[in-house]
Write a protein that binds this ligand. Sequence first.
Ligand code: GDP
Length: 445
Amino acid sequence: MFENLSERLSGVFDRLTKQGALSDEDVKTALREVRVALLEADVSLPVARDFIKKVQDQATGQAVTKSVTPGQQVVKIVHDALIDVLTGEGDPGKLKIDNPPAPILMVGLQGSGKTTTTAKLAKRMKDREGKRVLMASLDTNRPAAMEQLAILGNQIGVDTLPIVKGETPVQIAKRAKTQASLGGYDVYMLDTAGRLHIDAELIQQAAEVRDVANPRETLLVVDGLTGQDAVNVATEFDDKIGVTGVVLTRMDGDGRGGAALSMRAVTGKPIRFVGLGEKMDAIETFEPDRIAGRILGMGDIVSLVEKAQETIEAEQAEKMMKRMMKGQFNMNDLKMQLEQMIQMGGMQGMMGMMPGMKKMAKQVEDAGFDDKILKQQIALVQSMTKKERANPQILQASRKKRIAAGAGMQVSDLNKLLKMHRQMGDMMKKMGKMGKGGMLKQAMK
Ligand code: GDP
């Protein structure tokens, strides 16, 4: 699913024509695909439509940066716009827990991960801020759920309110408040009952609890895998109870994250945390750029584009390109390429940013091939004379020995570098021959 999307987008972007600025047609073609991508990522139709319109206005007429393709640039614009929509005000991870004991109300459907999230957040506040937290389960219909919270509390070293049979949720909430005040707790968390679907009784119960507890934060926990349903649930809860933030769980699964975008756009509520697994530490503050990357499914093209803009001097590269296509790729050019690779984060850095290459980056790292090798190769070139750099074919045994020694390396290392240079030169000559539509020229757009 991911691959198809990436491929389709790349296909469209490759066809975009090179011009001084992004044309209407370029942008439209690309955005049509982005729209499909958004829908596939489970973004709701009206949200996708609004979003695309906004991007279209922004993208048309933007100057094309020399070192990236127009397509990549559209991706970057889309990506930035996604972040814009996803970003709420303030720090999502900062819960309002100043006035002790601060009540936090947890709401959501059964199975959304509400109890797990309650414990995760309690642990986080305890570990990171040294807060004393009390957790209470209000799920009087399901004794198992109450026990589950007690077990988790034990596991993470956070107190839970003792279970008293026969109490109503409101009574439990009141008892939690008293206990939290008397016991000197900083925070008390109320884990309300969940149902499989929203019903009037559930909402009524949560509203009553809210009225007695007067929570500083009301966090809605939704399953990130449920897509559009999650948005409906959020709207409903927000209308009836009023929430101060959303926690998206199961973001470790292969959901596309589109729910996050719809959720923000439709409810206007900030996403505060994401759940990333079953373990008690598997929770993180919401980071819009991660979700944006996930929705686009394009690896981290965006940072690639950003880095390319920062590091590549367009004219320099173009000059080099002209010579290279005529087969004049010398050692200075090679050195420049190696240096650019280091600037762009080295081999692993670059691979990690390309779709589908993350695994390979890991292998490269495991094989011990790191920036050290790039630096050694640069040192070898530096140890050549001007004449040698321009004409590496004059390198005979004695010159090779001198150069290798000068860089503190072996002749065999130098031979490897020369071989690489020859292969690159051959490849570029071939590409140059492919003429105007040649790959290399495309790559320079
Ligand atoms: P509740 O009914 O809403 O209280 O849901 P639970 O907290 O009992 O969670 C239901 C199941 O989902 C449990 O097996 C949790 O371990 C699991 N779960 C909760 N959050 C996450 C998450 O972020 N990722 C994954 N993979 N599983 C989660």
